[in-house]
Design a protein around this ligand. Structure first.
Ligand code: ZN
Ligand code: ZN
Length: 363
């Protein structure tokens, strides 16, 4: 298994970010990112995909898009469309049409910051997802690093404190987003999860204070989506782009908050005598499957089936248990950081399907 760290929700000068592509490349490389994906608002920058090499490190850059209906009042429903390679913003007025067109173009579709707060002090509206009469989307951005700042900055002083000491505000995905995800999973849908920076590197000025709020490198070191795939990059652009898009569509990934400690190395598998699967995959069982979880550090972890915690561990890195029931199984880990237990790793599910035993067979 090979692990690819992706930062997949970023804005540049093509929309409301504050730097051109090439500036982001260096910062992504120095933060240890393997795949940088930009998602400027309603604009797909074509022919920009490329490999960037520096100091023996390699960065795969893919330009994608965050699409929303600019005429809608109030503003809602931001969708990350990754891998389309053609402009789809003309379908923004209908989320279902957009999902259909994006799927037909081979893209993954994620509902961005599906639940968030407004931040009236700086005229930032609440841009949650509200049109739920949709089907066929790839998944949810369960953790949006910038959106969580809007949740945390509940008064002026908190906003100022978290703007200058941003390592103090992230706690994890919003509980209602996780509950919504679990509800979709429990209904039998396959719904992939990603975590995004939503990096803008905003220029902030107040009286004599001037600061770039949340520089790109800070975002790239924080909430990332780690893809766990079967092969290494080949450095063939088309091949590697397809591999990344496919992993996102499958949910072969976990969301990691890499600022307290790198989440590289997390693994979650299920196996029977005849099969072994990882995140995003389905396994059939007759009696049970052995679940194995490897944590990069011996933090608190819990195994969740269809929204219910079925196992908890603390103080060990290699966790083994058995699953006997059908359902979507996923893992959550927390870590102590700046005096608080904070979300650290959120895996995509492994889908377990229990086969009914055949009756009446002759012994
Ligand atoms: Zn957005
Ligand atoms: Zn965004």
């Amino acid at each position: 298994m090979s692990e690819i760290v992706a930062s997949l929700h970023n804005h540049t000068l093509y929309s409301d970010g504050s730097a051109p592509h090439f500036r982001l490349f260096d910062e992504a490389i120095s933060a240890g990112i393997d795949v940088l994906i930009t998602t400027d608002h309603n604009v797909l920058v074509r022919e920009a995909d490329q490999y960037y090499h520096k100091d023996s490190r390699h960065l795969l850059f893919l330009a994608a898009e965050e699409i929303h209906d600019q005429d809608r009042e109030p503003q809602k429903n931001h969708m990350l469309v990754i891998g389309a390679r053609k402009e789809l913003a003309q379908f923004a007025h209908s989320p279902q049409l957009l999902i259909n067109e994006a799927s037909a173009a081979g893209a993954a579709t994620f509902l961005a910051h599906p639940n968030e707060s407004e931040l009236p002090m700086v005229h930032e509206p609440d841009i949650s997802w509200v049109d739920w009469d949709i089907a066929g989307f790839t998944g949810l951005e369960i953790w949006n690093h910038f959106s969580e700042f809007k949740d945390a900055a509940r008064d002026f002083w908190k906003m100022l404190f978290f703007a200058f000491f941003p390592e103090h505000y992230p706690r994890g995905p919003r509980p209602e987003t996780l509950a919504m995800w679990d509800e979709l999973l429990s209904s039998g849908q396959k719904v992939a999860a990603v975590g995004g920076a939503d990096a803008h590197a905003i220029q902030f000025s107040w009286s004599i204070l001037h600061k770039v709020i949340f520089p790109y490198k800070f975002h790239f070191s924080s909430v990332n989506t780690h893809l766990v795939v079967g092969e290494e990059f080949t450095f063939d652009l088309d091949h590697d782009r397809d591999m990344v898009i496919q992993a996102l569509k499958n949910g072969s990934a976990f969301v990691g908050y890499d600022l307290p400690a790198s989440t590289r190395g997390f693994r979650f598998t299920a196996e029977t005598d005849s099969s072994r699967v990882s995140m995003g995959e389905t396994i059939s069982i007759e009696n049970g499957a052995t679940i194995r979880i490897h944590l990069p550090l011996p933090v608190k972890a819990r195994l969740i089936r269809n929204g219910k915690v079925i196992n908890q561990w603390e103080g060990t890195s290699n966790l083994v248990t058995t699953a006997h029931e059908s359902g979507a199984y996923r893992v959550e880990c927390t870590i102590e950081y700046h005096g608080m237990e904070r979300g650290w790793i959120f895996s995509n599910p492994i889908y377990i399907e229990k086969q009914e035993k055949k009756h009446g067979s002759l012994q």
